[in-house]
Ligand binder design. Structure first.
Ligand SMILES: Cc1cc2nc3c(=O)[nH]c(=O)nc-3n(C[C@H](O)[C@H](O)[C@H](O)COP(=O)(O)OP(=O)(O)OC[C@H]3O[C@@H](n4cnc5c(N)ncnc54)[C@H](O)[C@@H]3O)c2cc1C
Length: 307
């Protein structure tokens, strides 16, 4: 039976359910065909309800945040994409802790920390994802990672139970966390920060952000660093040293400004990006014997459950 809005209307309003919604409108890469249904929950209960309907009617689902680390297929996604973003971005500050819904942008969370004179989130102020996506990915930059500020989170597990995850449950490592393999959905996150000096915190954020603007191709759509950092190397340098600066396939290009980024120069398709990734992997393997592993999550049109 085709997916219908009505299957979710006991829990979500019609304006929270978009049929055949192009995923290029929900990713920073600006790539991706239509998802059968895009759901925009505004509370943990609504996420839980959307997940349980998907389970009951046996359709695939995928939870996304700001879509800043995703590459959707040109054919889109067969199933329900549950986008946790603006509608779930409330934050509260209790002394040195920020308790936040997962859809809050990392930039907004870092700005809140600054406003409250709390340090420890400066590194995250220029990462264009949500807090949920950031914790899921253990996003990091300039020597900091989300794991350093993580205190606890509410997580809905695939069997529908709600659990509190503490740092020791999260199995954080480089761009990895336990929710990547246990199928959990983060519905609330608590960060523990430290009291700091407003001017020092702001100075660090300004410095990191100007370094970002100087080095990264922020003027073009991308999903950030395309490849994970291989141990002992930098992906961008290996790609540059393979002579691939500016190399393109269709509308996808190795950024002229930073070889670690594949950018959507003009109307790139998912196929263009995948061919470019494969070309880069082959060249770097041939030249340096290093296998580059994508950091960007490639979402097939049909997937078993979630990315
Ligand atoms: C210009 C640019 C610069 C970037 N710089 C950095 C950087 O410096 N450091 C860095 O680490 N990354 C960087 N990134 C990549 C990206 O911003 C991060 O990976 C970010 O954490 C992804 O967050 P998101 O909300 O966009 O998640 P999405 O891309 O929407 O999703 C990423 C993954 O998280 C999962 N997910 C999202 N929300 C939840 C939730 N509530 N519960 C469970 N799972 C969830 C999704 O299923 C998906 O598998 C950059 C990207 C861009 C475009």
């Amino acid at each position: 039976m085709p997916l219908q809005q009505s299957m979710f209307l006991d829990f979500l309003r019609p304006d929270q359910l978009l049929l055949n919604e192009p995923m290029m409108n929900h990713t920073t890469f600006r790539i991706g065909g239509p998802a059968d249904l895009l759901a925009l929950p505004e509370s943990g209960e609504e996420i839980e309800a959307a997940l349980s309907v998907c389970k009951r009617i046996e359709v695939a689902h995928l939870v996304i945040g700001n879509g800043s680390n995703l590459l959707f297929s040109d054919k889109g996604f067969r199933g329900v994409v549950i986008k946790i973003s603006k509608g779930m971005s409330k934050m509260e500050v209790h002394e040195d802790e920020i308790v936040s819904q997962p859809g809050a942008l990392l930039s907004a969370t870092a700005a809140k920390a600054l406003e409250e004179g709390l340090c420890g989130l400066e590194f995250a102020s220029g990462i264009p994802g949500t807090l949920g996506g950031g914790v899921f990915m253990n996003a990091g930059a300039y020597g900091g990672e989300l794991k350093d500020a993580f205190a606890c989170a509410k997580v809905i597990l695939p069997d529908g139970t709600l659990r509190i995850f503490l740092p020791q449950d999260m199995e954080f490592s480089y761009r990895k966390s336990a929710v990547q393999h246990n199928g959990g959905v983060l519905t609330e996150i608590t960060l523990k920060l430290k009291p700091g000096d407003f001017r020092e915190i702001k100075g660090k954020m300004d410095d990191f952000n100007s370094r970002r603007r100087e080095k990264q191709p922020l003027e073009l759509p991308s999903a950030g660093s395309t490849f994970k950092r291989p141990e002992g190397y930098f992906a961008g340098k290996l790609i540059m040293d393979s002579g691939l600066r500016g190399f393109s396939v269709g509308g996808a290009q190795i950024s002229e400004k930073h070889c670690g980024f594949v950018v959507n120069k003009s109307g790139a398709t998912c196929e263009d990006v995948l061919k470019l990734i494969e070309h880069v992997q082959t060249a770097v393997m041939k030249n340096f014997g290093v296998m580059l592993e994508p950091e960007v999550k490639i979402i097939p049109e049909k997937c078993a459950c979630r990315g």
